[in-house]
Design a protein around this ligand. Structure first.
Ligand code: SAM
Length: 985
């Protein structure tokens, strides 16, 4: 080779371990991933358009880079050995390429310490910018090319992301100067991919000016039509309108304005709310705006909770069925209750004036006038919201067509914008070269989407932040009883704002991709555009890619049932079809997004099959995933790596993923848990999203020696899981994430030996059954449990009853009072119990709350002979500990001492060990006043201090946190519900 690094054959490259197969800086990556989405602005691609479950850029870059770079070896060719004399030097360079230009672990520790002291350290604590903002420069890309030539015999490497979504993986691959294929089934995501990958690479930052210029033209056209419908307020700039949906009071027939609360403002500047007034003589409720303590009272006088309303006219409860009936009968109305105005001092609120009401009425009349023509010309979406759906709420509340998600003036504004865009299109196409015109039209279409997202009946007013939040601030179609409407034509608001946002995001993306556009690649004879192909289609068939043509497949497939992309995306699809769809007609030929080919577990597609629908959805997911992986296998080179990003708390999801991988001919060679999500988890967490993303590196499995028996693998699997879990626990990985992290090594063991057979035979075939990965995952889970138990007991041996074990491990694993019932069940199975019979009915350790369970406090568990101050013998250790806590709480330390002596617990070794283990397991987060957040932690600590002072308190108390942080992500977040005014139906 010309550069003197030497080349290798494919077979040798197969043997060369990749960096990801040996090492990954998971702690640093986790911190950077959380920093990416929590500090300051979101990364530019996230701001361009909604796409669900976007992966952090820094993790995507790490996955791509570590899957292509060889692991360090002492026999590197001379020039590379000089540059990387040690493994550490190589790893340091890798970190630097990722943009980790300091010590994020130390910075995090400093921030946590400061938090504990009640101080806030700013971003400066890190001493460098967020990792994703760093783009490797030409020198770095040259060096990378040199290493690739050494490892692969060529510097021109090809990466495929078959399910590219919002494009984190391909964007990072472009930034590394690689040749990239990004494929996606969903046309909305495909447009987002074109806008994130293709146009910024093709046109660079300069295109931003074109978008702004044509955006201004669009704005002028829309303004000229809509001005009269948005009267200017006095003394400020119109910001928005706040509406409540209404139903008629069953007794009086007068409208009930529906809202779970009436907060307008809750921030440092003060508190304001709308106070609802109902006088028997009035035909409709009135409002006044109140501040301070009056606001506190007024805000909480909500009129609806969990779908059940209260009539302010009679004080009577109005049941949810009535509300739904009214809505479905087309009798749900809306009432304007406040107008938001921006003043030099900040946001202010006032009551609607006659002019406001007249303008809204005029807009409604104007819509009625224009709608028939708009429907005829296909300007506004008239498609039905599918009846087959996992989220029936829009239809339950009478919204049967996509346009029903918009209030009259909202729809008028959107229709006028689409119409204006169409009117502008010929002129735009005349003025710009075809590709550039297409690009500008695409971004203007994305601005229309942004307007729809922030200006629908599902957009709400965020009283803490003083802003309108978007339709998809949650990953669903939850009913919003009260909603916010944008001042569409105000300067800096509405459409102006939407265009600005798109332009700003575009500029940001173009800057991220900029260095990869520089001369290096032009010298190599290819521009970034030639190095990139975005396709829309099913990942099960990538006909444009030849067999064995790809060096790396980096895939982030749908996580089982976490997000129903197709269903959610229809909200945008119906608008994009009418805007950008004209640039990509072949992508938008269908009425709605494709759900049939989507690789998600979608029970709604099998509705009507009763209890089997979930099983069928799972089988369907598994089959599709397997076919996708088979296609990956086909296009991947013999020495290629398939890196999968995956996360889900449910074993079912992992079972399906693993089965699909092994059946497609892959084996897992390494796995890494990256703690990507912050504790303030998104709504998707409700659906069992975990806080870690697991990266699985896979290789094509060489032909094996035939089946192996599961019984022969169990020992090895247990050992490997234990070793890996011990390593990862030392890196600070705990709770549910530790279980997930253990799945990787378990799957590595079985996938390397596949097929694995059970000793039992299948009654139908008479042959031994094939192992389901689930069995291996269960064994991994049990190994981790026993490891955790040993840690909690500081390596001491103690025998607790099963229920005490369960209680202890529940605290240790979930670190929260409430967690998913399904997880509770698996934990019960792992310690030899039945959740319903043993844990809930007999021991009453938890109570069910829908799909979750909540741990009960000692007082809630009080029962004769169980948690009973009069007793001196207890069925379970946890009962004895709870009774001691209860006596202390109710009667003080003296009575507690007497109780402990009487029951012989002071010298009881198991009791003492149980207390010690619980002290470790129950989160010790404190309130700002220094008290523990959880009463259990308070109670345990009191017992320790008063009677067992020799027990060391857990070494590192957790920093002060806001109470919400303690809710396990799977649990319903009441606080959020109050704030958002959203409710689950
Ligand atoms: C987890 S998301 C990818 C997110 C992406 N990595 C990002 O950071 O934005 C999974 C994607 O797979 C897509 N998908 C589902 N089924 C597919 C199929 N059969 N072919 C191609 N893409 C599919 C979904 O539309 C979704 O965008």
């Amino acid at each position: 080779m010309g550069d003197g690094t030497g080349g290798v054959t494919a077979a040798a490259a197969q043997a060369l371990p990749r960096l990801i197969e040996e090492w990954l800086p998971v702690q640093e990556l986790g911190i950077e991933a959380r920093r990416e989405n929590s500090t300051g602005q979101h990364p530019p691609p996230n701001r361009l358009h909604v796409w669900w479950a976007r992966r952090p850029l820094v993790v995507s870059r790490a996955a791509v880079l570590a899957s292509l770079l060889p692991a360090w070896r002492p026999d590197l060719p001379a020039p590379l050995r000089e540059r990387f004399p040690t493994r550490e030097a190589y790893h340091a360079w890798f970190r630097w390429l990722l943009g980790i230009h300091g010590d994020p672990v130390a910075a995090r520790a400093r921030i946590a310490e400061a938090d504990a002291r009640g101080q806030r350290l700013g971003r400066e604590a890190y001493g460098y910018g967020r990792a994703f903002t760093f783009s490797p420069d030409q020198d770095a890309l040259m060096l990378l090319g040199q290493i690739f030539r050494h490892a692969f015999g060529t510097g021109e490497l090809t990466v495929l992301d078959p399910t590219a979504g919002g494009g984190s993986i391909p964007l990072e691959a472009i930034r590394l100067g690689l040749t990239v294929h990004a494929n996606e089934l969903n046309p909305v995501a495909a447009v987002v991919l074109a806008a994130t990958l293709d146009y910024p690479a093709r046109f660079g930052e300069a295109l931003a000016d074109d978008i702004r210029q044509w955006g201004d033209r669009l704005l002028a056209l829309v303004r000229s039509q809509l001005r009269p419908f948005f009267p200017d307020p006095e003394g400020g700039v119109l910001d928005g309108y706040l509406w409540a949906r209404t139903v008629a009071c069953p007794q009086t027939g007068k409208p009930i304005p529906l809202s779970p609360n009436w907060w307008l403002q809750r921030d440092d500047r003060g508190r304001a709310a709308a106070r609802l007034l109902a006088h028997p003589d009035w035909p409709a409720c009135r409002f006044e705006i109140v501040y301070g303590t009056a606001a506190d009272r007024a805000a909480e006088q909500g009129t609806i909770r969990r779908g059940v309303a209260v009539s302010p006219w009679t004080g009577e409860v109005v049941d949810d069925e009535y509300v739904k009936r009214e809505a479905q009968g087309g009798r749900m109305g809306q009432q304007l209750y406040a107008v938001v105005v921006k003043t030099p001092q900040g946001v202010d609120f006032r009551l609607p004036t006659e002019a406001d009401l007249a303008a809204a009425a005029a807009a409604e009349a104007e819509l009625a006038r224009r709608l028939p023509a708009w429907l005829a010309r296909d300007i506004v979406p008239d498609e039905e919201i599918p009846e087959v759906s996992n989220d029936p709420r829009p239809r339950l509340y009478g919204m049967t067509r996509w346009r029903d998600l918009f209030a009259p003036r909202q729809l008028l504004a959107l229709g006028a914008t689409v119409e204006a865009l169409r009117a502008l299109e010929p002129e735009l196409r005349d003025a710009l070269p075809p590709d550039r015109a297409r690009a500008v039209l695409t971004y203007l279409a994305l601005a229309v989407d942004k307007l729809a997202d922030y200006n629908s009946r599902m957009a709400r007013w965020h009283s803490r932040r003083g802003v309108i939040t978007n339709t998809f601030d949650r990953h669903d179609f939850s009913m919003k009883w009260s909603f916010a409407e944008m001042a569409v034509v105000a300067a800096g608001k509405g459409l102006d704002w939407a265009v600005d946002q798109v332009v700003d995001a575009y500029r940001g993306i173009a800057r991220l991709a900029q260095p990869a556009r520089l001369p290096l690649w032009q010298r190599a004879g290819a521009s970034p555009v030639e190095r990139l192909r975005v396709t829309q289609g099913d990942a099960r068939r990538l006909a444009h890619l030849a067999d064995g043509s790809v060096h790396l497949v980096c895939i982030d497939p749908p996580y089982y049932d976490n997000v129903q992309y197709g269903e959610l995306s229809d909200f945008f699809y119906v608008w994009l079809k009418r805007t950008a769809g004209r640039c990509y007609p072949e992508w938008f030929a269908a009425p709605l997004a494709d759900k049939d080919n989507e690789a998600v577990a979608n029970p709604a597609r099998f509705a009507g099959l009763g209890r089997r629908s979930r099983d069928l959805a799972r089988q369907d997911y598994e089959r599709k995933l397997e076919a996708i992986f088979q296609e990956c296998h086909r296009v991947l080179r013999a020495d290629g790596v398939l890196t999968v990003m995956f996360t889900h708390k449910q074993v079912d999801a992992w079972d399906a993923l693993a089965m699909a991988l092994v059946r497609a001919g892959f084996q897992i060679t390494a796995s890494w848990p990256v703690h990507t999500e912050s504790e303030h988890s998104l709504h998707q967490a409700k659906k069992n999203a975990a806080q870690s993303t697991i990266l699985l590196a896979c290789r094509k499995r060489p032909a094996g020696d035939g089946p192996v028996w599961w019984d022969d693998l169990r020992g090895e699997l247990a050992r490997r899981v234990r070793e890996r879990a011990t390593e990862l626990a030392a890196l600070g990985i705990g709770g549910v994430d530790l279980f997930l992290a253990a799945y990787g090594p378990a799957l590595a063991v079985i996938s390397a030996r596949w097929p694995v057979l059970l000793s039992e035979t299948d009654p139908q075939t008479g042959q031994p059954r094939e192992l389901r990965p689930e069995t291996a995952l269960d064994l991994a889970r049990r190994e981790v449990l026993s490891l955790r138990r040993e840690r909690l007991l500081h390596g001491q041996r103690a025998r607790f009853d099963h229920e005490t074990d369960w209680y202890l491990l529940a605290w240790d694993t979930f670190k929260a009072v409430e967690f998913p019932a399904d997880e509770a069940r698996k934990l019960a199975l792992a310690v030899g119990l039945d959740l319903d019979e043993d844990v809930i009915r007999r021991a009453r350790l938890v109570q069910r709350k829908g799909s979750t369970v909540a741990l009960l406090t000692p007082a809630e568990r009080r029962r004769r002979g169980v948690v009973d101050p009069a007793a001196s013998a207890f069925p379970r250790l946890v009962d004895a500990v709870h009774t001691a806590m209860l006596v202390y709480e109710e009667d003080g330390p003296g009575a507690c001492g007497a109780f402990l002596r009487r029951a012989g617990l002071l010298q009881h070794a198991d009791f003492r060990q149980c207390l010690q283990a619980l002290l470790e397991a129950v989160p010790r987060a404190r309130r700002p006043d220094g008290r523990f957040l959880r009463p259990e932690a308070e109670g345990l600590e009191r017992l320790r201090q008063a009677f067992f002072p020799e027990i060391e308190p857990p070494a590192e108390p957790e920093p002060v946190v806001a109470p919400r942080q303690l809710a396990f992500p799977g649990a319903e977040d009441e606080a959020d519900e109050d704030e958002t005014g959203e409710e689950q139906e």
